[in-house]
Design a protein. Sequence first.
Length: 621
Amino acid sequence: MADNQTTVALNIGSQRISAAVFEPSKNGGLILKNYDAETIVADPGSEAIRMSQTRTAIASLVQRLKLGKSKVRYAISGQSVFTRFVKLPPLQEDNIEQLVTFEAQQHVPFPINEVVWDYELLESAGEKEVVIVAIKGEALDEINRVVTETGLSTAEVDVAPMALYNSFRASYGDLGEPVLLIDIGAKTSNLLYIEGGRFFTRSIAIGGVAITSAIAKEYGVSFVEAENQKISNGLVALGGGHTEQLDESVAALAMAIRNALTRLPAEIARTTNYYRSQHGGNAPRRVYLAGGGASLPYTREFFEEKLHLPVEIFNPMATVAVSKNVDTERLQREAHLMGELVGLGLRGIGKAKINIDLVPSAVEQSRAAERRKPFLITAAAIVLAGAGAYAGFQAMAAGKAEEKAKDMHETKVGLAPVQKEIEGLLKKEAELRKVADGYTSAESDRAFWHDALGELRNAFASDAVWVTELAPLRGYSPFPPKDPAAAKTAAGVEVVKPDFAAVAYGLSALADIRIEEVAPAAKGGKKTAGPAAAPAAPAANAIRIRGLWRKNDKDQNIVSALLKNLRDNSAHFKFKAVDATGKEVDLRDENILKVTAIPEKDELALPFELYLLLSREVAIK
């Protein structure tokens, strides 16, 4: 819906998502054309779904305000970014960019290539001072995806305290005295110290969530129920017997809120001392309240009592005209919540004092493409102009290419004998490598069996269990198919003959060994008896273990306990397999272990059978 003169503003808070549409007025100010807000529960327990809740809230605002695919300026919360105020030594203007980059590398607590950052030179009567704002690139990209997935596109990304400062300066100008703007949000409160052209901000981790959590803890109720109680019946208790005139339950709730909110004045005092000592500022003489926390009754009186300063409710709409289709009664109730939106609107008409723009990677790529367009057009013109010259030189180049091809052919003929010799050496190398690979493969397989048996011996070390048989299997699967014939094959085929101990000397004890003759046919069609290839060694993918267990304090569970030792420490056996659905799953004991649990009369030991998958197929040689 937006045209080039329209600014779509979006403020992404922890609990409140609001959007507004502004247009410039004839006198250079702002006209509010539309406005709406959505609330999500800032329950700390639902942090994992916060992004999806935010996406849903933005999508709802886009639909209700009919924003379509508008370009949006949005602000992210102060707690999401790293902010630092840095004083610069006196330098020429053309050196500031280089110096600020150096300062950012020193102060930002992350590698500079992993963050998105921007800065603004602040007005100051003496030293040059900049505010540096940075955010992890991944975090910014995640927020930007949430915005753009609703159909919006990104024009600029601001930070809530900076947008709030811009709206305050537009509404109140230079008051001639230092002031403190307290923005009480859901998770944090932003403190903005404004003194002429000077500006300082810090985020304090105390907000509406802290109050709601205190209520939930005091009354033993859920966070959602506590939030409802705060909104419906909450107020801030004052000193001097204020609660004596209230209903007992309301008074108790008011005291719980006061106790939770009392931490904030202490943090304000600490921040004021820091601002005065480290930044040479003056203590505020007036306080303004903004944000959702300022909506509680008697919040203004509470801060007057604690800070001993005059306190007012911030009104960012003082200089903003309002379209006739906007609900003015709602604006009167929620004006103190709209500071960030107004600040973003001022960015759209170039009236902002501070212009921070954190650029997500997707936006940077889009901007880079726009910057390249003029160069691409110029390059295209150069290509077209050069096409004619290319055609003129083409014939000359073809003649030279033919001459070059002739020289290369002569060189190739001269190198033919050398090529034949090299090919012979490469063939001989391949034959030697094949032999060597056979030796190394055999040694690797031998070592595998040695180490695997060592793992079994260590895992099954028990005087209540002993192994009577170990047989390598090939084609084994712990999840046999339903077809009986296929299931029989999936049960595994023994690689070693069952009667291997009785096999005569010189004969193989391996089952199903296939020997292929590889002797070539002699010239004239007559075969010659050539050497036979080495037997194709069968490969095992599992082993079957049979054994016995005798009575003990764990009964048949002793086998499962020993199997757990193997699960936890094995590098040669695996306990995952692909089931009938094609999904890889963990193998449970019942998939691979069969134990006889009920002894017959006078039996001294009971059998068990265990099937273990090898970590890789291993040849039996």
